[in-house]
Ligand binder design. Structure first.
Ligand code: HEM
Length: 412
């Protein structure tokens, strides 16, 4: 019997020799076209956001008016098993439409986005023309693995079993996804294999539920904590809007760039070495007290006095440093990071979207705080320098997330 994968490979060869691949497709993709040659327009195109990462319109808000992010996350980092071809492109697009048919675009349903990594653009010979570049080492204190993947499937939901069901149906033996049948025509596993998975959570109660992991000081976490380090980090005013991070025009318009890093957390020192005031100074700014922070609503006041704080307090905060990269009062990166115990230890998968990776790099450099070392001898590359002493970056990777109707094999 011919395996589905074998058949697909042969079809791919036939397609490229018939001249489907290559630049003729760029012409076929004028604005407003359905996206993938040979497929009808996406039947849900009108009800779903053009931007794959757009969620905010469907999210609820908390008592302070901040949007509440979906609680469970799973990232599947993918390697291509097939050379790019029209057939592979159709399978991937059908698979993504199957996710859309199976679940509502909402926290009770499923958010998903397919991004394409540096290895994919490199494979096409298009990395220099792509909107992303290889990841870089961005601090003097970390030695991260600089990773390249073909693609990433980003999944998020309030219902953790949806994430497992998607992985099983798309990459395992499942032949059904919430009533939608899965076969060789619409399974991502026909085209990709999963190289790595990143799992995690964000939201009230979830860090405390993971207190059994090594390195998580359970007695320090309260049932109200949404994040391992004890502070809510998703106030609307500290996030770039979904519009701000979209590429504005050209062939990548309405897509965005995505950075993904894994950070290990030293929670034992974080909770042992400081009281709440010491943690507030390092997370936000030494000008704030714990009471100030609990009074913040959708905004964190930003006094733009990092160097003065270094000189006066011998400590600077994470938020006040990174807020210096705001433009016109708005942050330039949209953080979608989440807590993890992958590898059995506490950490953060730091995922962010930004119009250009340069926005991420400048934010990360602001976080390094090199510019305050002359203002206080107590501030080093790590010590008294925001949260840097408690965070170790182990890996970095970059992706491009196209708009929905161009999500399958961009630039092919
Ligand atoms: C363990 C890792 C991290 C933790 C626990 C953390 C925590 C926080 C917290 C609590 C805030 C305040 C936001 C609020 O009150 O809503 C914040 C703001 C922010 N963080 Fe982080 N952060 C981490 C890593 C990073 C990294 C790696 C970057 C990027 C390089 C970053 C960039 C930002 C930005 C841009 C803001 C908003 C600043 C503004 O108000 O303009 N963070 N973070």
């Amino acid at each position: 019997m011919v395996s589905r994968r074998g058949l697909l490979g042969r079809l791919a060869v036939a397609a490229s020799s018939a001249g489907f691949a290559g630049c003729s497709r760029i012409l076929a993709r004028s604005a407003g076209d359905p996206g993938v040659e040979g497929l009808p327009a996406n039947p849900r195109a009108d009800e779903l956001p053009v931007r794959q990462y757009a969620q905010s319109a469907t999210l609820t808000t908390d008592d302070d008016g901040n949007t509440v992010p979906p609680r469970y996350r799973r990232l599947l980092l993918l390697d291509l098993d097939e050379e790019p071809s029209l057939q592979a492109e159709q399978v991937v697009e059908r698979a993504m439409r199957t996710l859309e048919a199976a679940y509502d675009w909402s926290p009770e349903g499923l958010f998903h986005a397919l991004g394409w990594g540096t290895a994919y653009f490199d494979r096409l010979g298009e990395l220099s023309a792509a909107p992303i570049s290889e990841p870089e080492v961005l601090s003097r204190t970390d030695d991260p693995a600089l990773l390249g993947f073909d693609a990433v499937l980003v999944l998020a939901s309030d219902v953790p079993s949806h994430l497992s069901a998607v992985e099983h149906a798309m990459f395992g033996a499942g032949d059904d996804l919430n009533g939608e049948s899965i076969d060789g025509d619409n399974a991502l596993g026909e085209v990709f294999s999963v190289s790595e998975r990143r799992t995690g959570f964000v939201g009230e109660g979830l860090p405390a539920e993971h207190a059994d992991a090594e390195g998580v000081p359970g007695d320090a976490l309260s049932p109200e904590d949404t994040e391992f380090m004890g502070f809510f980090s998703d106030r609307d005013g500290t996030q770039a809007s979904e519009g701000r991070v979209a590429v504005r025009d050209g062939q990548f318009a309405d897509g965005t760039t995505m950075h993904l890093s894994h950070l290990r957390l030293d929670l034992e020192t974080w909770y042992d070495a400081f009281d709440e005031a010491g943690r507030v100074a390092r997370m936000f700014s030494p000008e704030f007290s714990p009471e100030d922070v609990s009074g913040f609503g959708t905004e964190v006041p930003f006094s733009d006095a990092v160097q003065e704080h270094a000189a006066d307090f011998d400590v600077v905060g994470h938020q006040e440093k990174v807020a210096q990269t705001r433009r016109d009062g708005e942050p330039v990166i949209l953080r979608r990071d989440f807590n993890t115990v992958d590898g059995g230890r506490p950490g953060v998968h730091f995922m962010s979207f930004q119009r250009s990776l340069a926005d991420f790099r400048s934010t990360r450099k602001a976080m390094n705080g090199w510019y305050v070392r002359d203002d206080s001898e107590a501030i080093t590359d790590r010590e008294n320098n925001g949260i840097l002493d408690f965070v170790t970056v182990t890996s970095r990777a970059n992706f491009y997330v196209p708009p929905r109707n161009r999500r399958s094999f961009p630039m092919r």
